[in-house]
Design a protein around this ligand. Structure first.
Ligand SMILES: Nc1ncnc2c1ncn2[C@@H]1O[C@H](COP(=O)(O)OP(=O)(O)OP(=O)(O)O)[C@@H](O)[C@H]1O
Ligand SMILES: [Mg+2]
Length: 106
């Protein structure tokens, strides 16, 4: 949540919306922001470590190193869940889906 919200503040503009919902077999969390879309060619590797979509426009402690979304994905996968991004000129939305009852390990 901290990384998704920090990203929304850093890279987005306009309203930031957080939605959380419980469903029969899973829960979902989504963080959305307005602003410029993430370039389509960056989306396939966005969750890879040390990946940044745009040239860093900040320096010093405000500069990211491109690990946050990779860690988000690791956390989602560790819960047998998923994380996805949808980014258009209407806005960017990161969605996490986690099952309520993960399968036991083999
Ligand atoms: N909400 C967003 N809107 C637009 N671009 C985003 C958004 N979230 C992430 N990005 C893009 O995805 C890249 C990767 O994000 P990630 O959180 O993995 O790394 P970071 O924020 O650069 O660094 P770190 O999280 O390690 O401090 C960002 O550098 C940015 O270009
Ligand atoms: Mg980040």
């Amino acid at each position: 949540m901290v990384n998704l919200l920090t990203n929304a503040v850093r890279y987005g503009s306009g309203r930031i919306v957080v939605e959380a919902a419980g469903h029969h077999g899973h829960v979902t969390i989504a963080v959305s922001n307005e602003g410029n879309p993430i370039p389509a060619n960056a989306l396939p590797t966005l969750f890879y470590p040390l990946t940044r979509a745009n040239a860093p426009d900040r320096s010093g402690t405000a500069a990211g190193i491109g690990l946050g979304l990779y860690i988000c994905r690791c956390i989602a996968l560790a819960h047998q869940g998923t994380i996805n991004v949808d980014s258009t000129k209407q806005g960017t939305r990161f969605s996490v889906r986690i099952p309520r009852s993960p399968l036991p390990p083999n």
